[in-house]
Write a protein that binds this ligand. Structure first.
Ligand SMILES: Nc1ncnc2c1ncn2[C@@H]1O[C@H](COP(=O)(O)OP(=O)(O)OP(=O)(O)O)[C@@H](O)[C@H]1O
Length: 304
């Protein structure tokens, strides 16, 4: 697989505190990479490092095949656009003026594609309106337009839907999908709004306490979140022995509970269990959500 960005044992320490701790990451070319972690997990720290806003304490990352320690890393970063924390826009300027300013900063030779860029982010009819009078969603989209100046093929968005209303969230989602599908831009989105991410992401990385807990493709995650039957029994051992003998896939949750990933004949199972003095206490059908997958994952990592 071709990767736009990889991180290898990347660490960022503030005194004794490890905001990133031997962090690894693999962002496939063409993907929408959902970067998931709760507040303070280390998402923004990682994004600040790859944007060159801060230096790692240890470890490296590789952008377009170039290590961050190589002299050409600055050139590689020009192929990347980012909106970190709040969008970098001038509130006293119009959308067009903001883009012109960014084009000047980047030394781009012509303003000719600015109308197309404004159209792409849905700000083509904002005319003389200054950014300070924009809605939060419009400001976010202007921030993305600014990040897209110079036509990068990798876009990094730190919590892009934070604080947006439902309409703003839909517009942001459509814009990200458009950039990915029509412009072939690889996108890294950090978020803790899992439901929203699941409508976009083609792969995920779950971070907790500065460490990558798991990277997983959307299809693989879908399979992991498949429908199951949660069975509570008086003892787990007879249940697992019986399920093993039936060749049925399961996941043990506690010493009385397991998720079973197959349609099973409950009376047959109850009969087999009763022969081992084990009772079924409850049976519920359930579908694991991205949210519960994440909670289990983080809980599991904490218990290691
Ligand atoms: N300059 C700093 N000095 C000390 N600690 C810092 C500094 N910057 C970040 N941290 C700490 O590092 C940890 C990771 O912060 P970071 O902003 O990367 O988290 P995050 O996953 O982006 O969370 P959020 O969703 O809240 O933005 C936090 O505990 C934060 O307090």
């Amino acid at each position: 697989m071709e990767y736009i960005l990889t991180a290898d044992a990347l660490s960022k320490h503030y005194g004794n505190f490890k905001a990133l701790d031997r962090f690894t990451m693999h962002i496939p070319k063409g993907s929408i990479y959902g970067f998931v972690g709760k507040n303070g997990a280390g998402k923004t720290t990682f994004i600040r490092l790859i944007c060159g806003l801060q230096k790692p304490t240890k470890g490296t990352y590789t952008l377009y095949g170039t290590k961050n320690t190589h002299k050409n890393i600055g050139m590689c970063r020009r192929r990347m656009g980012a909106v970190v924390e709040t969008p970098s826009i001038y509130l006293d300027m119009t959308a067009e003026e903001n883009l012109k300013e960014q084009y000047r900063i980047l030394g781009l030779p012509s303003f000719a594609d600015i109308p197309e860029l404004l159209c792409l982010v849905g700000l083509n009819d904002t005319g003389k309106k200054k950014a300070k009078n924009f809605s939060l969603g419009m400001r976010q989209r202007l921030g993305i337009a600014v990040a897209l100046a110079g036509s990068p093929d990798f876009l990094v968005l730190d919590e892009p839907v934070n604080g947006l209303d439902p309409q703003g969230i839909i517009e942001m989602r459509e814009l990200i999908l458009k950039l990915n599908r029509e412009k072939q831009i690889t996108v890294l989105i950090s978020s803790h709004i899992l439901d929203e991410l699941s409508r976009l992401a083609t792969c995920y990385g779950f971070i907790d306490n500065g460490r990558m807990i798991k990277e997983i493709g959307a299809k693989e995650l879908e399979a992991a979140c498949r429908k199951c039957i949660r069975i509570q029994v008086s003892a787990i051992k007879p249940l697992t022995l019986t399920l093993d003998s039936m060749g049925i896939d399961y996941h043990i949750l506690s010493d009385t509970m397991a998720d079973v990933f197959a349609k099973i004949n409950i009376s047959q199972l109850a009969l087999a269990l009763s022969k081992q003095d084990c009772d079924i206490l409850s049976v519920t059908e359930r579908e694991e959500t991205l949210e519960s997958y994440y909670v289990n994952l983080i809980g599991g990592a904490r218990n290691e």
